[in-house]
Design a protein around this ligand. Structure first.
Ligand code: 0RA
Length: 662
């Protein structure tokens, strides 16, 4: 505030002390402080960030109503957050229902008051399931508000969870609009600035905001509100450069962004909109050449509906119907041929469904599933009509979509057949054990270990080295490398993979894999510490994750750690596990020379046992999965640079495999 302009002109109030309405107000905020979790989910980092979402959602509501085009968010050096918008400004006149309070005071102190009073309420509110800025006030040690409205700048502030500090005053004139500012007819600025400092006695885990989390969400909001401009500054970090987020293409840009790391099937991004009674849908879509079938992302009133719901259902139904109808009419599918299935058509699809609903019903475990039935028919009808039109107008692209889906269908059928073949084989071949497997004597899975060893020669050494009572050896040849980027059906035709399935003996696939039948409770991958070895590991892990997920989730999968270095000590060899073991050895023996071990083949059976397999001396890395369950993390996945690897859990990126030393 500029002190020279302070006029301290009090907006008329009936009295200065708290009236009946005020007492009610204070009870509301006290309730929030007693049970913050009820309002913001938690008092951990997620809840802390909710405070920002709440304030920014109000500004975005202004944008959705057509009054706001820019939102500036600053994480201040003193730990507070400032959100500036150029909306209409929170109303400053007396509130019709609380005669002694201004509307601004009501918005800041009455639960759920939000923007939904008087005639100023929103047609469609994007509020975070609508708790209101008052909750931010309740959970902050200080809140300051500047309101530019009616040509004046107003100020009010609160402390200690909503206790009034400074009642609404006029501090001067509203600043003139910047030269490039949009005209609001008055030539002076309108808008709201909210500064708040979260209460550290409530957020006991800390009041540190994470810039990346803020950026990810604002990026999502910028995508969902075409043209809306976010400016983000982290003033805690002197090196931080202001980030501007603005997408004039809206959700079309969102689709391009998500597709960015993939190879596009074609350049076009389809787009359509449709309005119904009190609801509206906007959709953008495109296809890439990948094999993922989970590229549909949906939103309701700006909230990511990660559990899906009626809007997604409507889209899926219409998508499957429209593609099949088109493909039949154009003769891509012959009369006697079967329809394409939804999953065939969704392969490689990226789509954003954004709906606005007057009274959204959020259901499901995380309240992120849209329940409004009417939305399903709106989206279904719109997709049936407009997607069909888009196909007619873009025949080349339509053809590419149908072709890709047909190939996916073939792969799906082939995979089913391959699965059945493997199942039959396993059932017929007695115990169904592969010829190459050197099984262990023990029949107790709890003590049995399966070593999957890269290469026949290393397999031979391992067989010689092992404890035959508890350790089984399955050699695998490098050939499976070729199927790394293939659909699963090709994996099922791979002899190595088949042996693997038979050896483990618990079936495969989401429906059939039965962990209680697993013949080993440790499945140990033993491969060279080179690029090829890491490829094999990645492929095997990907396969386990996709086809034997409980094996990974149950912590049955391990990675053996053959030593990286050896050094000559007199006439014998000493093996050193890793860089730190080598460095430690160097301290004691400064003149030692080391050889980097290239492959398992460089060790004989005894050395392999001593360094890598002996339970008394070995180090195994256990592979575990990190679940991305909460919404914030899903955003991170959605927005992250390495979308692909993070979503699939494992690609070539070991970051997603958590290694725990055991
Ligand atoms: C109540 C009514 C109106 C706007 C707002 C609240 C409002 C709240 C916030 C919070 C942050 N920025 C905001 N901007 C606006 C409608 C105002 C009218 O009818 O003129």
């Amino acid at each position: 505030m500029d002190d020279s302009t302070i006029e301290n002109e009090q907006i008329p109030r009936s009295e200065d002390s708290y009236g009946a309405a005020d007492i009610q107000v204070l009870e509301g905020l006290e309730a929030v402080r007693k049970r913050p979790g009820m309002y913001i989910g938690s008092t951990g980092p997620t809840g802390l960030h909710h405070l920002v979402w709440e304030v920014v959602d109000n500004a975005v509501d202004e944008a959705m109503a057509g009054y706001c085009s820019r939102i500036d968010v600053t994480v201040r050096a003193d730990g507070g957050v400032e959100v500036v918008d150029d909306g209409r400004g929170i109303p400053v006149g007396l509130h019709p229902k609380y005669e002694d309070l201004t509307a601004a005071e009501v918005v800041l102190t009455v639960l759920h008051a939000g923007g939904k009073f008087g005639d100023g309420g929103y047609k469609v509110s994007g509020g975070l399931h609508g708790v209101g800025v008052s909750v931010v006030n309740a959970l902050s040690m200080k809140v300051e508000i500047d309101i530019d409205r009616d040509g004046k700048r107003h100020f009010l502030s609160f402390r200690d969870g909503g206790m009034s500090d400074q009642k609404l005053i006029v501090t001067g004139d509203a600043p003139p609009l910047a030269a490039d500012g949009q005209s609001n007819g008055a030539g002076v600025r309108t808008g709201t600035t909210v500064r708040f400092w979260p209460d550290p006695t409530i957020f006991k885990e800390g009041v540190e905001f994470r810039t990346q989390t803020l950026l990810e969400r604002f990026q999502m909001m910028a995508f969902l509100n075409a043209g809306l401009e976010f400016h983000v500054i982290d003033a805690r970090d002197p090196d931080f450069e202001e980030v501007v987020l603005r997408y004039d293409g809206g959700i079309r840009d969102f689709v391009r962004h998500l597709n960015g790391s993939k190879e596009a099937l074609f350049d076009q991004v389809g787009h359509f909109e449709e309005e119904g009674d009190g609801e509206a849908v906007e959709l953008a879509f495109s296809w890439n050449t990948g094999y993922q079938t989970d590229g549909i992302h949906s939103f309701a009133n700006g909230i990511n509906t990660i559990e899906g719901g009626m809007h997604e259902q409507g889209f899926r139904t219409a998508l499957t119907r429209t593609v099949n109808a088109y493909a039949r009419e154009k003769g891509f599918i012959k009369e006697k041929e079967e329809n394409l299935q939804g999953e065939d058509i969704r392969e490689g699809l990226t789509a954003i469904i954004s709906v606005r609903v007057q009274e959204p019903q959020f259901e499901g475990q995380t309240k992120s599933k849209l329940g409004n039935v009417s939305v399903r028919s709106l989206v279904e009808k719109a997709t049936n009509e407009k997607l069909r039109e888009w196909f007619e107008e873009n025949p080349k692209e339509a053809r590419a979509v149908v072709n890709k889906a047909s190939q996916a269908a073939k792969a799906r059928i082939a995979a089913t057949q391959a699965r059945q073949t493997i199942r039959r084989k396993s059932a017929l071949d007695g115990a169904g054990l592969p010829g190459k497997l050197a099984d262990c004597q023990s029949k107790d899975p709890r003590e049995s270990e399966l070593y999957i060893v890269e290469g026949n020669s290393a397999g031979g050494s391992a067989k010689e080295a092992r404890n035959p009572r508890t350790m089984a050896i399955l050699p695998i040849r490098g050939k499976i490398l070729n199927v790394e980027r293939a659909r699963v059906d090709r994996m099922f035709k791979n002899a190595e993979i088949i042996s693997l399935i038979q050896a483990i003996g618990a079936g495969l696939g989401e429906e059939e894999f039965d962990i209680s039948k697993a013949r080993y409770h440790k499945v140990v991958l033993l491969a060279d510490a080179d690029v090829d070895g890491s490829h094999i590991r990645t492929l095997l892990l990907t396969f386990f994750f996709r086809q034997m997920k409980p094996l990974v989730e149950g912590g049955y999968v391990y990675i053996a750690q053959p030593p990286l270095y050896s050094t000559e000590v007199g006439r014998s060899k000493l093996y050193l596990k890793d860089d730190s073991a080598r460095d430690a050895y160097l301290v004691e023996h400064p003149n030692a020379e080391f050889q980097r071990l290239k492959g398992l083949g460089e060790m004989d059976a005894e050395e392999l046992w001593e360094t890598t397999m002996d339970p008394e001396r070995r180090t195994l890395l256990q592979v575990t999965v990190e679940q991305a369950a909460i919404a914030d993390e899903v955003f991170a996945v959605l927005m992250g640079d390495d979308v692909e690897s993070r979503k699939q859990f494992i690609q070539t990126n070991a970051d997603d495999v958590r290694f725990l030393d055991i």
